[in-house]
Design a protein around this ligand. Structure first.
Ligand SMILES: [Zn+2]
Length: 263
């Protein structure tokens, strides 16, 4: 049985740890694990309303990404501020009372710094990140800051019930391309053992320096970005306990759909 199958049979609210090393006994402020709300399998299945508020999320991290109830845009959490990138690509500060059906955050305390060198496209970014953070079985949180010659992002429109699966909802995504902008990339890496819970590989969101535009990163061209990163101890997933989640068909293999939606 895969991880998600085990989760469905668990308690209404499950606490999952996939640990690379034992988590510290210190409090959440010192935690070096990825905290996430719900699972990517649930999002792919069309469970677009969550239980965890943005206020709750901020108690578990100050850096990360995700989406909002009703799939109302892309989330970029940076420096403890939760930004909501609407389908138009415009960003605003998200209200603490909003909820999320999928998000992953960490207390970002980088211990590693490097220069990105020249990055010609998304493939080049991923290759560079894989060289700098080579443990494919680990979890990483990485921030890249600087000037971008080009960034191509997408955001998604708010959905109405009955919710379609993500692969259908994503067909109405809107793309934005910007030239010569400064800003930040929020990048999270999850290993194959996290399949079903989170996006395996790198998942990257962008926010400009004015914090006025951003989205899920699809392509870029940049050079000499400042790269800061940290390895994480593992993953803590808080799963919803409501009926819709428990009835969702989470055991289906949705890797092909995920690949279409995320890349
Ligand atoms: Zn995304």
């Amino acid at each position: 049985m895969n991880a998600v199958g085990r989760i469905k049979r668990g308690a209404l609210v499950a606490l999952i740890f996939l640990c690379v090393a034992a988590p510290s006994a210190a409090g959440a402020q010192q935690a070096r694990w990825l905290h996430q709300a719900s699972s990517i399998s649930a999002l792919l299945a069309g469970v677009y309303d969550g239980e965890e508020s943005i206020a709750d999320l901020k108690r578990n991290g100050d850096f990360g990404l995700g989406t909002f109830d009703g799939l109302d845009g892309e989330m970029v959490m940076l420096d403890g501020v939760c930004h909501q990138v609407l389908v138009s690509g415009e960003a605003r500060v998200a209200q603490d009372s909003l909820k999320t059906p999928f998000a992953a955050v960490v207390f970002f305390r980088p211990v590693f710094s490097a220069d990105s060198g020249r990055i010609e496209n998304m493939e080049g970014l991923l290759k560079r990140l894989n060289r700098l953070f080579p443990n494919g079985d680990g979890f990483y949180a990485v921030r890249l800051t600087g000037e971008f010659e080009m960034v191509k992002t997408r955001s998604v429109p708010k959905q109405n019930r009955p919710y379609p699966p993500l692969v259908e909802a994503a067909k109405r995504q809107q793309l934005s391309t910007a030239s010569n902008v400064s800003g930040d990339l929020v990048a999270l890496y999850c290993p194959p053992s996290a399949a079903g819970l989170n996006v395996v590989g790198w998942h990257v969101h962008f926010l400009n320096a004015q914090r006025s535009r951003g989205g899920h990163l699809l392509d870029l061209r940049a050079k000499d970005l400042k790269v800061e990163g940290m390895a994480l101890n593992g993953l803590q997933a808080i799963l919803p306990g409501f009926e819709e989640y428990n009835k969702a068909r989470l055991c289906e293999d949705r890797e092909a759909e995920l690949s279409r939606v995320e890349r």
